[in-house]
Every structure is written in C-alpha cells, then in structure tokens.
Design a protein around this ligand. Structure first.
Ligand SMILES: O=C(O)CC1=CCC(=O)O1
Length: 260
C-alpha cells in the first residue's frame, strides 16, 4: 500500500481492482479505517479500480496536530489523485467521507464523475453533542465514548445477530489515535457546508439509514434537496449502513454508478 504525501502528512492509500476500469474512491467515517469497506470490496473490484485511504488522524496515516478542516481533508484527496496520476474518479463517502465529498464536489468538480454521499450531514444545527464528546474524549479517551458510538453505528438487532462484526467495528474505533479522532470531532463541531450544496453539479446519490440517529434521514433529505438533480435511497440500517446492510449498500452503489 503506498503512503502518499499530502502537504507533509503521509496518507495510507490502497489501490485494487480492475485495471483500466472506471475508478471509484471510497472515503471512511469518523473512527473507521479503509477496512470499513471490506464488505463491498469483492463486488466493487470486479467493476472498478478502487482507491481507499485512511483519513489523516486515522488508521496507518499520520496524525498531524489539530486543527483539521474539510478543506484540508479535501486537499488530501486531491493530493492522492495527483500522486496516482488519476484525473477523475467516482466518489463514495460515508459520514465524514460524505462531508469531504460535498467539499470536493463543490470545489474540484472537474475531478469527480458521480458522487455518493452516504449517512452524512452538511451541518449540525446543534453542536452540543460534539462538544460533549470532545470533553469526554479529553477525560477518558476513546474508551469513554466507544459504547455510545457503536450503538449509533449499528442497530441493537444487528449487534445481537452479528456480535463478531460489532466487536470488530469496536476494535477499529478503539484503535483510532485519540488526537486524530479529537481533531476530527473539533472539525465536525463547526461543520456548515449548506452553501456548497447548490454548487455541486455531479450526478449525486444520497444514501440514508432508516435507523440512523447520527445523521438522520432528514439530514440526507436536506442534502438531496439542495444538490441539483440528486436522488436518495433509504437503507434499513443505522449509521454504518454499508456494514449493516452490505448487499443493499453495494447494490445501490453499483446501480447508481453503472446507470447511464
Ligand atoms: O461516529 C459517529 O458518532 C457518527 C459520525 C458522525 C460523523 C461521522 O463520520 O461519524
């Protein structure tokens, strides 16, 4: 896996799949690594060249000091594409990955074909929950917030049915460097990209989770309504919908990206 330099921050990048196929870039959620996309990889790599990466502050990427911003996360993506000499990709980002996708769709439209913005928000009307999480993290690290975060990621029903997957997701979360996680929470506490949405001209699919309390259907609907021509699909899942409903998620991605 190459480590790519984005303005001094080494980003862990993986490129797999069909050589010469269209390229799809996947972007992770807060507290996850590029491993979160494992349920999709078998299907997606048969059709696409798939780029995954660990956002700065996560996984095997560097953890530069705060502050982090959506612009910085977006420029990291452009640095990856430049380094790999790739002109244009489709984008699928979940949660924070969807937020970075909004920034990129508005600020670097020539680099993106279609956009999939899954389980995401363009702003938080009430930043209190981020401020409380930041406080808890400073006192007790990620362990202090892990159970509440996992309860938001996966429905109780799924956690009981698939305890091994739930445990794996929790390990991924707990392995996140706390400084990187904190810096991302700080960026989320001031997120407001509402004005960017009408600038997005790429064909866009918004995916929302029926049981997602972190970025509810109403947050997805706000994004859909403000991006010209965007459509929306609702999946029967909580926040990390690609893990909870892997087939429905993959079908939505492949269906949207392969339709003319
Ligand atoms: O991890 C969470 O609690 C939910 C979330 C919000 C933004 C994101 O990337 O994850």
């Amino acid at each position: 896996m190459p480590m790519i330099d984005a303005d001094g921050c080494l980003i862990n990048v993986s490129v797999e799949g069909r050589d010469g196929g269209p390229t799809l870039m996947l972007s992770n959620s807060l507290g996850c690594t590029l491993q979160m996309w494992e349920p999709q990889m078998k299907a997606l790599t048969q059709i696409f060249r798939v780029i995954r990466y660990d956002r700065r502050g996560h996984g095997k990427s560097n953890v530069p000091p705060a502050p982090y911003t959506m612009e910085r996360f977006g420029r990291d993506v452009l640095a990856i594409l430049d380094d790999l000499n790739i002109e244009k990709v489709h984008w699928c980002g979940l949660s924070m990955g969807g937020m970075v996708g909004q920034w990129l769709g508005a600020n670097a439209p020539e680099r993106f074909g279609k956009l999939i913005l899954a389980n995401t928000s363009c702003y938080y009307a009430e930043p209190t929950k981020w401020l409380e999480r930041i406080d808890a993290l400073k006192k007790g690290g990620i362990a202090a917030v892990a159970d509440a975060v996992i309860a938001g990621w996966l429905t109780q029903d799924f956690r009981e049915r698939e305890p091994d997957i739930a445990a794996k997701m929790k390990s991924m979360l707990l392995a996140t460097p706390v400084e990187g996680y904190l810096a991302c929470c700080e960026a989320l506490s001031t997120l407001d990209q509402r004005e960017l949405l009408p600038e997005i001209k790429s064909p866009t699919l918004v995916i929302a989770g029926r049981h997602d309390m972190a970025t509810p259907i109403s947050a997805g609907e706000l994004i859909r309504a403000n991006i010209p021509g965007a459509s929306m699909t609702i999946i029967d899942a909580a926040h990390i919908s690609n893990v909870e409903q892997p087939h429905a998620f993959t079908d939505a991605v492949v269906g949207f990206l392969t339709q003319r």
